[in-house]
Design a protein around this ligand. Sequence first.
Ligand code: ADP
Length: 405
Amino acid sequence: MNVLVLNCGSSSLKYQLIDMNTQEVLCSGLVERIGDPMGKIAHKSFPGSDKQKAVSSEEAFPDHGAALKAANVLISSNPETKVVSAVSDIAAIGHRVLHAGTVYREPVVIDTDVKATIRKFFILGPLHNPPQLIGIEAAEVLYPGVPQVAVFDTAFHATIPDYAATYAIPYSYYTELGVRRYGFHGTSHWYVAKKTASVIGKPFDKTSCITVHLGNGCSMDAVKNGVCVDTSMGLTPLQGLMMGTRSGDIDASIYAFLAKNKGMSVEEIDNLLNKQSGLKGICGMNDMRDIHAARAKGDKMAQLAVEMFCYRVKQYIGAYLAALDGCDAIAFTAGIGENDTDVRQMVCEGLGSVGVKIDKDRNYGFKRGEVCKISSDDSPVAVYVIPTNEELEIATQTVSVVASK
Ligand code: ADP
C-alpha cells in the first residue's frame, strides 16, 4: 500500500511516497518559492525502488496546486523518475495540516466538514492552513477517489488539560478568539513518544515521557500514560524554548516596552521576536554547528547562547518531571536533539538529584540516525536519542484511518 504524504508550507510543498508494506520511501521531493516569479522542484527516487534518480528544475509555480501537479508528473508519469505506473497505485494521501484547534484529537478522512474546520482555523494558522487547504483541493482533483486524510499538528496536544492550556488573561479572549496554548510539532512528538514506548518495552498507554524536539524550531512535550499533558509552544510557535531565531518565553510586557521606548510597530516587534532573536539574537548565528565552531574559538557570545539554550531545556525538563509525577524516559530528537552531543550533555548534567543520569561515553558514542540510550543503567529516568520521522507518522496514521473505514 503506497501512501503519499503531503506537507504544504507557506511557500513550499514537501512530499514523500512511502510503501507502507516495507516502510520504504519510494520517492521524495521539495518544491520551493511557490508564488514567486521563479520556483524550484527537487525530486529524488530512492534506491530499492525501480528508479534511482535525483532531478531538479526551475520553473514558476503560481500556487500549491501547480506544485503538486509538477510533483505528480515526477512521481507517476515521467519515465526517468516515476516510481508508480499509474495514479491508481497510490492508495491514500496523508496531508499534514497545522491547525484544527482542539476540534480533532485523531486524524480524519477529509470531507466538507473537515475542510470547513481547516478554513475556520485560518486565523490561527494564517501561513499554513490556507496553502494546506489548496493542497488538499488540488489532490482531490489529481487523485480522484483516493482517500485523503488530514493529520493535524495540533491533534496530539488537544488532550492538554485546561489548567495547562489556558492563559491567565480574561477568559473571553479564549471563547471569542481561541487564545490558548495549542503547541506545534505535534506529529513529531507523537511519533517519538510512541517510539520511546516501544524502545523501553512498555505499552504506549502506560508510558510517561518527555519528548525534546530541538531543531530550528524547538519544543517539548510532557506525555503521561500515552496522553500529552503539556507542551512548551503556545498560541503560536514563539513560546517556550529558546530557538534558532525565536526568543521563546519572555516577559510579555517587553512588547509594550519596545513599542513605547523604541517606537516599534506590532509587525516590527513580531519580526524581532520571531526572526532576529533566539540564538541569532545573542550571537548572530542560528545554526548550532556554526555556534559550536565559534565557541571552540573562544567566542563568548556563542558560549552564552549555548548556555542559555541548554538552561531553558533543563528548566522545562524540571517542570515536566513535576507535571508528570513519574517519568520513564526523556527522548531527544530533531537536528540538534539527534546530533548535538554537547547540548545533550549540558542539558542533562546536574539532573541526577531528579533521577536523570546521563552517561557521557554513551552520549558521545551515539550512532547518528539510530535509536540510542544515553543514560546510565541505574538512571531512574532513561534518556534516549530517537530520530523523528513525521512523514512516516503521517503515513501510519493515514493507513490506520483508511483501514478503520
Ligand atoms: P527544522 O526541521 O526545524 O528546520 P532541523 O530538525 O533540521 O530543523 O534542525 C536544524 C538544526 O539542527 C540547526 O540548528 C542545525 O545546526 C542543527 N544540526 C544539524 N546537524 C547538527 C549536528 N551534527 N550537530 C549540531 N547541530 C546540528
